[in-house]
Design a protein around this ligand. Sequence first.
Ligand SMILES: C[S@@+](CC[C@H](N)C(=O)[O-])C[C@H]1O[C@@H](n2cnc3c(N)ncnc32)[C@H](O)[C@@H]1O
Length: 293
Amino acid sequence: MKTTTATAIMDVTLGDGGHSLALLEAMREDAWVLGMDQDEDAIKRAQARLAGYGNRFRAIQGNFGNLVSHVAALGVKEVDGILADLGVSHLQLNEARKGFSFMTSGPLDMRMNKNLAMTAETAVNELSENELADIIRAYGEERQVKQIVRAIVSHRKISRIKTTDQLAAIVQSAIRQKDAVKSLARVFQSLRIFTNKELDSLRQFLPQAVNLLKSSGRLVIISYHSLEDRIVKDFFRQEANPCICPKDFPRCVCGLEPRLKIIGKLVRPSEDEVFRIRTARSARMRIAEKVQA
Ligand SMILES: C[S@@+](CC[C@H](N)C(=O)[O-])C[C@H]1O[C@@H](n2cnc3c(N)ncnc32)[C@H](O)[C@@H]1O
């Protein structure tokens, strides 16, 4: 892997390597990309796809919530840009054995990293009724929570819920049929976010990303869920304006300096992008630049 003065970008949600590929194509020939993903299958696929870029590309398996320790182990001290495209990939969704989708039949797993202790199956069968309701309400923003959770709990008293099909059928039996697809999507999304502790990882990642950036380096986050976007928005605002002095103080005495400058406004996908990629419709992109120390 190249180091020193060449442009260095981290793609912390490597997925199928689409963004990394675009970056490698767009940048000068000495620029390099370090990809990261917690899913070992994604790492293997992207490594094969980007093998032609030689030492301009390298991929590591890990959770971006532990960003600093992963890059420190590689001897990387700072980078010019960090990109996070949050959530789940199309490939993960379509892979039945990962259990992310109600459209494919598979085990109720949903772990992006196979080493995680808790699966969606454990959550659905072993959490209390209240805990399940909180998860589906908070991460799924689903309204028919009570009916759904009641159906899950009465089913699991008889037999353990082990597959995506079983869960989908139970949810469908409990709700208004005209809302079925949206409710199924929300229930599955909420269990995925919970199983992978996605919001915790994002909160841990953001300050580490700022530390890893060079001055004037950029942090770009694409999120698909209102709670994720809220975490990013609040973090950027706080880092861009950390001063805690009372408003009527003539000058700042707290000494807290901005570490980020917010670049532009929230970016939403164009109509054309949504037409081409339906899942892009909920994407929200925010960009910030590290302020010179
Ligand atoms: C939306 S996909 C990224 C797609 C990618 N931009 C591409 O061009 O193919 C999100 C990816 O991030 C990974 N991921 C999600 N949370 C992660 C985390 N906390 N740490 C590392 N990887 C994560 C997922 O496993 C998935 O492969």
